[in-house]
Unconditional design. Sequence first.
Length: 401
Amino acid sequence: MADAYIFDAVRTPRGKGKASGSLHEITSLSLATQALQALRDRNDLDTSKVDDVILGCVAPIGEQGSDIARTAVLNAEYAESVAGVQVDRFCASGLEACNIAAAKVMTGEADMAIGGGVEAMSRVPMGSNGGAWPSDPSVAIKTYFAPQGISADLIATKYGISRDDVDAYAVESQKRAAKSWAEGRFSKSVVPVKDQMGAIILDHDEHMRPDADMQSLAGLNPSFAGIGGMGFDEVVKQRYPEIEAINHVHHAGNSSGIVDGASGVLFGTKEMGEALGLKPRARVKGFASIGSEPSIMLTGPEFVTSKLLKKLGMEASDIDLYELNEAFASVVLRFMQAHDISHDKINVNGGAIAMGHPLGATGGMILGTMVDELERSDKETALVTLCVGAGMGTATVIERV
């Protein structure tokens, strides 16, 4: 099999995912289009050499529906021969799209492909596309369905993670994100979003709250105690009878922010890169996905990391940097606990608690962040992973070239 190389990665800034957010007037199609155009223009790319574009999108309805990847390819004025497909693996959709793009290169189906994703959460709200799992009793009951926030609180309860623990993690995420922006760590990848007239609408992640501290977070009430008391606590306690009571510790300040954004990562063979004058920045060592218990839901990164490292003949200590999407603080804290990873090796630039989680786009965003960070910090290997709805995990290992 051929090696798949990463030649470039871009992302938009993350705009607050509500009507007052800076990107609310920008359509999902425009966000995806601008990411594709940036990849083309930054690399003077002959788009006829791109075989396929794969974009993650978790709510593929309305303006995000009807295969937004192919529509964005056409709207970005790529060569007509470039195919496009939308994929949904919930929060890992963007990374799954990148893994598919890399796999196409590795198997010889494509010489060059783009992975990434898009989600305009202010325009197409989370959950808009519905689904059987939470609503059809035939599957919800036997899988002990509960909303993700309950699952995050269950993780905290089961693994001894306190309210102070999750709040302290959130404060550190905010500090790291603010420092990373101040030091220009995202300048390689972030492309400003423009309106139809070409005026810059947003050039920074606007969800951040760098002034957050333990005192301000302590004043926030738990977000999921109410729905837990409506019956979902009892549901998950049936699945985990050793739990006497759920300790509700998560709130808006220690959970991922709802935002708008898009990402794109350019993959190709070494030979195609040489033909186009592109310098590889990283090589994909491997990737994997896994299913995990769906009621606790968010522990998949622990298991997919073990699966992928075993597949690659590696140990956790062989990875220089880890990037795990900060869906909820307890997800990262449990992952660190399970694999004995110190905080100075994971999410070193902050994460979704500070900057937000545009569902379908996040996987491509954090993969690009790791390409930049490996170069900046002169490190060799990174593992990128996300927890996933319905109990799954997806992970990718890359090495700097």
